[in-house]
Design a protein around this ligand. Structure first.
Ligand SMILES: [Mn+2]
Length: 196
């Protein structure tokens, strides 16, 4: 089965539309799953922590109807959704799961583990050989926890018993997405062209 994984959309309509269009061209039968930070919270971390009353949704989130209509796929929760729920009290932003396990792979948003001062992740151990995540907006693949250069459009074989952590990059900054083929056991990074 094929999975198209995208994360860190941050309410960016044009880029999300472009990535979904590209997925439709490259892997029309893939199951699409979001890796969190679908929405952009306009309230920063510090301000959110010191709030004494709830903020109206309009002031707290970039929320366009045309963007919401693109969100027809399941997603896991990101730090943006958690903060939006915290500052607005809107529980619907907490509807997403913290983690999803698909064939040989765990999916989550990277805010669930520790990041160092260089914004590099320190991975806990997972039960699956593959981990797909977002958060830092930097597409990357780690083989046995060592960061390795990526090439776009070239399938990487991930079925050889090693562990792989895969940062799918971001939609908002670079229209990144990742194709995981669980039969071929390959992962391919893509960058969608802008589709108007
Ligand atoms: Mn994030």
């Amino acid at each position: 089965m094929q999975y198209a994984l995208l994360g860190d959309l941050h309410s960016h309509y044009e880029n999300t539309k472009s990535v979904l269009y590209h997925i439709g061209e490259i892997a029309p039968n893939a199951q699409i799953i979001g890796l969190g930070d679908l929405f952009e919270c306009k309230i920063g971390k510090k301000k959110a922590a010191s709030l004494t009353s709830l903020i109206p949704l309009k002031e707290a989130v970039i929320l366009q109807e045309k963007f919401c209509k693109l969100l027809t796929f399941p997603s896991i929760i990101g730090n943006q959704e958690e903060r939006i729920a915290h500052v607005t009290g809107e529980q619907k932003f907490l509807q997403y799961k913290e983690q999803v396990i698909i064939e040989k792979a765990t999916l989550l948003h990277g805010h669930q583990f520790h990041w160092n001062e260089k914004f590099e992740p320190r991975f806990p151990t997972y039960e699956t050989p593959l981990l797909f995540f977002g958060h830092s907006h930097r597409a990357a693949i780690y083989i046995e926890k060592i960061r390795t250069k990526i090439d776009y459009n070239l399938p990487i074989h991930v079925g050889n018993g090693q562990t792989y952590e895969i940062n799918v990059g971001s939609v908002v900054e670079s229209r990144d997405w990742c194709l995981y083929d669980s039969e071929q056991m390959t992962v391919t990074f893509f960058q969608a062209p802008l589709h108007k």
